[in-house]
Design a protein around this ligand. Sequence first.
Ligand code: FPP
Length: 258
Amino acid sequence: MFNKIKLWRKTQKPSTLRDRIEQVKKAQIPDHVAIIMDGNGRWAKKRALPRIAGHHEGMKVVRKITKLANELGIKTLTLYAFSTENWKRPKNEVDYLMKLPEEFLGSFLPELIEENVQVQMMGYKAELPLHTLNAIEKAIADTKENNGLVLNFALNYGSRAEILDAVKCVLNDCKSGIINENALDEKTFSSYLMTSEMADPDLLIRTSGEIRLSNFMLWQLAYTEFWFTDVLWPDFCAEHLIDAIEVFQGRQRRFGGV
Ligand code: FPP
């Protein structure tokens, strides 16, 4: 009887969030998690609020998920905060989205520094308003010595443009003899992308029930495990990240092998 109880205990899933966190930490944690944070607009609409209220709530979730990712030992967290296509949105929404990095970093930069998080950004800087760029560059500079989680904001990022620009640079470097086109391989090509310093994502999460990539990290996601949820980004919480990691830990990654 006693043995039966012991066996039952062993096979039970841990129930509290703390137990689940400790449990996933015992198995392989994805080094790089990328998230398409979708559903802010719908979250706001459901509450008869303006869309920007959804983005504001989404920003608060960024803080919580960053903390947890750091605690779990995730090495890089890439967040799709603004795409090269998002400029098509109404001006007031774009303006607000461009204010969010300032607002976020204005409140949480000391916490990020304290928690050893390193802020990075990938995307086209030239089109960003100066106030947005300044906030990001200050955070990058203030956290450059940190060696904990890399919090990588994809801001004015578009994967097709990134790949095309890489191709143009490769062609240039071939012409000028810096690289030999016959020696061009995947590793060298990757070094021309905005992610040259980081490993490809191990896990991609997209919230809000949309099952698409929306021009996000098309090259880098070649062997990434995908996890989709209907949860809207402002409702995303620690339990959902743990759900995704548990699923990831149950997957068998073969990278085209057997
Ligand atoms: C997509 O949801 C979300 C965005 C385009 C913006 C994401 C930004 C944040 C979550 C905040 C980022 C925070 C920092 C610190 C930069 P949507 O607006 O397309 O939602 P919908 O599909 O429901 O309309």
